[in-house]
Design a protein around this ligand. Structure first.
Ligand code: ZN
Length: 115
């Protein structure tokens, strides 16, 4: 098995598996292999591990799509338009109840209410 050395501590790093890791922001991967230094905790990836993360990230991105929209104003509310393709894909029409939930100070989730 391949060995990696921590460049700071000059000792062998252990092979570890992280439950989740975002190689690309917003595209979380599960069970990601890395090498972690038992002394300083610094982690690094082999070339093969990076290739694997790239491959898995690309596979996820093919199945998701995103749109860039600008916030507009309607009366006293701020609005974001839902692109036609997305509305069709999610089967959202006028009158659909939508729940908006803040995830952190930068993101929110927009979810169709089923009932
Ligand atoms: Zn170290």
């Amino acid at each position: 098995m391949k060995k990696l050395t921590c460049l700071k501590c000059n000792i062998n790093a252990n092979r570890v598996v992280y439950p989740t890791y975002e190689y690309e922001e917003g595209v979380p991967l599960k069970d990601v292999e890395a090498f972690e230094c038992p002394n300083c905790g610094e982690f690094t990836f082999t070339e093969e591990q990076v290739d694997e993360m790239e491959r898995r990230t690309d596979a996820i991105k093919i199945h998701t799509f995103s749109f860039l929209r600008r916030v507009t104003v309607s009366g006293r509310s701020l609005c974001i338009n839902i692109p036609e393709d997305l509305a069709r894909h999610l089967k959202v029409a006028k009158g659909q109840a939508i729940r908006i939930r803040a995830l952190d100070d930068r993101r929110f989730l927009v979810e169709k209410q089923i009932r």
